[in-house]
Write a protein that binds this ligand. Structure first.
Ligand code: GUN
Ligand code: FE
Length: 428
């Protein structure tokens, strides 16, 4: 990562969301960065900025960086493998055994180096990441992610029940103690990485642990991430485990771990959320991480992303590596559109499919909002930008910037990304 001059411009074809329905595309424009934030996009460089360094990347496309609102770094080692199971069997037979390997710092170093190298090159500029329950391995992941220059939340996972002999904390007390040790070890250590409290999901955490985590959340003012209403068997299990609750979200809410002003929270999936759950999510300002590829691979179902968007809930996209097999957020945009069409045709014809505009918004501004003013080139937004080279996607006609963006979403993998900035800093 190199520190940029405080004011500079990129010149090229620019596309960005201005809200959930609208994309602004300029064929040949100047995107100006000052002190790490966007000043705006201009057809001509304003007089006021004449003389600033201009990096001309034409004819490449310039778009905002993307936020992966939900993924598991330790699962990257098996992405694209073991796809024939549903959630609970997949956790027990594939995921927990792999995550248990991260008790070995040498293995963690090898695996997390590959993960950090690959996500650095991807379309992702911001992410909220699950580690494992292991303190040392999670700190290693934070060290490696800090060096990428991406801005990330990283969580040491908490799980004190229903794991395996090799992957479960010995008690709530041990889990809480390890969490405090992790927070103390890493306090003030990073510029780009922040901790996020990460109870894996209700079946993994006893009431005693949830109570302890809620106290840590309040003491350290931490954001929270977890899973919610992903799979029918999981929901039935939570109902058994928490007989006093009327829906899954209450299992978090009863401990104060479900959003609200002082507890920014990401809940992954929300495939089967009831009306009552949706209404509480809205009230608490929960960020929904919609993970279409994972929901397909694990045969979980299709989340009503259109409903969440229309009802004004916060919603972004997640790859959910390794439930999802691809680290590409461009691919996640295409997946979100595709599954919304299947849902419309097969499940509920009142919820129209997502447009490119809407899915692109979710990948940029929607998830970006968890990090502040992130995911657009509107004035004042943090300068997170991707440069995309689509010259290998040949075409006999002249294409508009929007057409090129759509083609990149569907046809490219992240190899088309030739440049990346986060908060004005050049990553490559
Ligand atoms: N629920 C609890 N743990 C996990 C996980 O690792 N992946 C997914 N997709 N769902 C979960
Ligand atoms: Fe997940």
């Amino acid at each position: 990562m190199t520190q940029n001059p405080t004011t500079f411009a990129l010149k090229g074809a620019v596309c960005f969301s201005t809200d959930s329905r609208h994309l602004t595309c300029l064929e040949d424009a100047y995107l100006v960065c000052q002190d790490g934030r966007s000043v705006g996009v201009f057809p001509k460089l304003p007089e006021y900025f004449s003389g600033i360094p201009v990096r001309n990347v034409s004819p490449c496309l310039i778009i905002p960086g993307m936020t992966d609102l939900h993924l598991h770094a330790p699962q990257y080692a098996f992405h694209g493998m073991y796809m024939d199971l549903e959630l609970l069997d997949w956790l027990n037979t594939v995921t927990f055994p792999e995550e248990s390997r991260y008790s070995d710092p040498d293995y963690a170093a090898k695996a997390y180096t590959i993960f950090a190298d690959d996500i650095k090159k991807s379309a992702t500029t911001r992410a909220s990441v699950f580690g494992t329950l292991h303190v040392e391995a999670t700190e290693l992941l934070m060290d490696l992610m800090e060096k990428t220059g991406l801005r990330t939340f990283i969580g040491k996972v908490n799980m004190d029940r229903n794991g395996s002999a090799a992957l479960q904390e010995k008690s709530a007390v041990v889990s809480v103690r390890d969490t405090v040790r992790w927070l103390t070890d890493t306090a003030g250590k990073y510029e780009n990485v922040k901790p996020i409290l990460t109870p894996r999901f209700t079946p993994s955490c006893t009431d005693e642990l949830m109570t302890g985590l809620a106290e840590i959340q309040r003491t350290y003012c931490l954001p929270v991430q977890s899973h919610l209403s992903e799979n029918r068997s999981e929901i039935a299990w939570v109902k058994e485990l928490c007989p006093g609750t009327s829906f899954y979200g209450e299992a978090y809410d009863q401990f104060g771990l479900f959003g609200g002003e002082n507890c920014p929270t990401i809940m992954a999936h929300c495939v089967y959320s009831s009306d009552a759950e949706i209404s509480l999510m809205k009230k608490r300002g929960i960020f929904i991480a919609h993970c279409p590829q994972s929901n397909t691979n694990l045969s979980s179902g299709i989340a009503p992303a259109r409903r969440y968007l229309d009802e004004g809930l916060h919603i972004g996209l997640g790859t959910d590596i390794a439930g999802g097999h691809s680290l590409s957020m461009l691919r996640a945009v295409a997946d979100a559109i595709q599954v919304s069409k299947l849902r419309w045709r097969l499940v509920d014809d009142t919820l129209k499919p997502l447009s490119l505009e809407e899915a692109f918004y979710m990948a940029t501004m929607g998830g970006g909002a968890f990090f502040g003013k992130v995911g657009s080139f509107l004035e004042g937004y943090e300068f997170d930008a991707l440069i995309l080279d689509d010259s290998s996607l040949r075409h006999p006609q002249h294409l508009s910037a929007r057409e090129r963006l759509e083609r990149l979403v569907y046809l490219s993998d992240d190899h088309c990304i030739t440049g990346k900035y986060v908060s004005g800093n050049k990553i490559f």
